[in-house]
Design a binder for this molecule. Structure first.
Ligand code: AHR
Length: 558
């Protein structure tokens, strides 16, 4: 086309033998033609929907012969707190609801979550956990105590969703229980009795009460959280005070059914909430106590809470934002890597065998509440930016798989960076939901190192790695590759170089959207949804072409 333009210009200016008016009309005609060509060129690029920019090239090397550690499926865990519509309406509608349900639990939400193969759900909080009294949530529903939820909007807590309803919900979605006990405002006896009620196989009075309430077999509690944010809403404790409580609770709060499934209940202590010195001091104190065996139990995990907020209080909008806020949030979320590295280094000093997992049991984006919503309900939209954010964090966890063996995104439904949003009988899957779905093949897969020069995406003086990637082999030996193109404007061409395998093709799904703040709404639920993607090796080269701001997961076929 450019050659054609050049030759046209030559024709215009080689006009000495023409009369002035003929020349003028030829010149005019040529310019009109030139304009038409340019117009067609612009139109063509727009119609095709392809960004009018050249793809950046990135070489990605994967040594398939090198197997790393397992990416524990528990890093895809969820968190469901009694907060806003996270439980009530989001999960629980009650058996008499017109919304289709099974024993009060929404069928649509269960079906959507089943597809994510959710490994575990953390419940009942969060801050709520340290004010939760389990006996309020058992027995005939009509007789349940109604309390308040002072942490989250001061609303009534009907206690209609309690221990049995939570366990039923887990059964329906196929997940394991991660229960946080009340160390802040409860008693050791209360927590010990809850565990006896849940797990005792022998006919104790509490086990019989459980049976009378509909479950004769003991429940399995796979993970036990020893309080929540005990340095803040869990009781404003110092590390020393928390450790003194931990010694007492760890002595008396038992799993009474340890033989079940041959799996012990893994116990997770409250860990740090950030990277500043006070948090490193907290990690030091807990890990030092662990090393000196200051209690009569094994500590299986240390929790870490870290939200992407840029600064408190959360003020970034979850929808209707531009590229600068996109870049700021993603820059901030990448701090997770440094945070994990720093706390892991402390843990390594006290636990070089890595027996204690770092459990990132609250993470995700935290934005300003949606206008018009109850600020205590932490309602936010979930955009293409959140999908990228989720992928970047999951990749960080996978790269730290030797220490990070569990993580719980906050939160599962209707709260913060949710998988699912509901409004009465309507439900929508968020972009984050789709990322979790696309990552299912990485659950318990073996990490395979990937080498690449990420390049740089820059906006408003904010610099970010242009691409991110992980690879893993699943149980059948199949190689999976995830590549995130952070750049919201430029496509990227990934040349995959494999050692130990010859790739013939790749196929999977890609998630992208028109804008960085594209969201799924109840009226337009499929604005951000994955679409199939595939590539064939040509001349021994496997090249993946990724759209701007996209998350792509493919399996590589030999
Ligand atoms: O997820 C919302 C809240 O954030 C949790 O209740 C608390 O643990 C954290 O501060």
């Amino acid at each position: 086309m450019l050659l054609e333009l050049a030759s046209r210009c030559e024709t215009v200016f080689d006009s000495r033998s023409q009369t002035p008016s003929a020349v003028r009309s030829r010149v005019l005609g040529a310019w009109l033609h030139l304009g038409a060509i340019l117009f067609a060129f612009i139109l063509c690029a727009t119609c095709a929907g392809v960004p009018n920019v050249a793809a950046q090239k990135v070489q990605l090397s994967v040594d398939v012969s090198k197997g790393g550690v397992k990416i524990d499926r528990n890093i895809f865990g969820q968190f469901a707190e009694h907060l806003g519509h996270g439980v009530y309406e989001g999960i629980w509608v009650g058996p008499d609801s017109a919304i289709p349900n099974t024993r009060g639990i929404r069928n649509d939400v269960v079906a959507a979550l089943k597809a994510l193969k959710v490994p575990n759900v953390r419940w009942p909080g969060g801050c709520f956990a340290d004010e939760y009294h389990w006996r309020n949530g058992i027995g005939p529903v009509a007789q349940r105590v109604v309390t308040l939820n002072p942490n989250w909007g001061g609303v009534l807590e009907p206690n209609t969703f309690g221990t049995h309803e939570f366990m039923d919900f887990l059964d329906q979605i196929g997940a394991e229980a991660y229960i946080s006990i009340n160390i802040g405002s409860g008693t050791t006896r209360e927590a010990a009795e809850w565990l006896e009620y849940l797990t005792a196989a022998q006919p104790t009075t509490l086990a019989k009460e459980r049976a009378a309430n509909g479950h004769s077999a003991p429940y399995k509690v796979a993970y036990l959280g020893m309080g929540n944010e005990s340095w803040d809403c869990g009781g404003n404790m110092t590390a020393e005070y928390y450790l003194s409580q931990l010694r007492i609770y760890s002595r008396f709060v038992r799993n009474f059914n340890p033989a079940q499934d041959k799996q012990l209940m893994l116990k997770i202590a409250v860990g740090p909430g950030g990277g500043e010195p006070r948090w490193t001091d907290w990690t030091e104190a807990i890990m030092r106590a662990y090393q000196h065996h200051q209690w009569s139990w094994t500590m299986d995990g240390l929790s870490l809470h870290s939200y992407t907020v840029v600064k408190w209080p959360p003020s970034f909008r979850s929808v209707g934002f531009g590229e600068t806020e996109y870049a700021q949030i993603l820059k901030s979320t990448l701090d997770m890597d440094d945070l994990i590295t720093r706390h892991s280094a402390i843990m390594d000093r006290y636990d070089p065998q890595k027996n204690v997992a770092l459990v990132v049991d609250e993470w995700g984006s935290w934005y300003a509440p949606l206008p018009g919503s109850n600020p205590g309900f932490l309602v936010q939209q979930n955009s293409m930016r959140d999908a990228i954010l989720a992928a970047l964090n999951l990749n960080i966890f996978a790269r730290h798989a030797d220490r990070v063996r569990m993580a719980n995104i906050a939160q599962m439904v209707n709260v913060l960076q949710a998988m699912i949003l509901t409004d009465q009988e309507r439900m929508v899957r968020t972009p984050t939901y789709y990322v979790f779905k696309m990552y299912v093949p990485f659950q318990d897969a073996t990490f395979v190192p990937v080498a690449f020069e990420a390049g740089t995406y820059e906006h408003d003086n904010i610099k970010l790695p242009r691409v991110d990637a992980i690879a893993a082999k699943d149980k059948t030996g199949r190689l999976w590759l995830e590549v995130t193109n952070v750049d919201p404007n430029q496509p990227v061409e990934i040349e995959v170089n494999l050692t130990g395998m010859t790739a013939r093709s790749a196929a999977g799904e890609t998630l992208t959207a028109a804008r960085v703040d594209s969201v799924n709404t109840f009226d337009a639920p499929n604005t951000v949804a994955p679409k199939p993607v595939s590539a064939k090796a040509e001349g021994g080269r496997l090249v993946l072409r990724l759209e701007p701001k996209s998350v792509t997961v493919v399996s590589v076929e030999p």
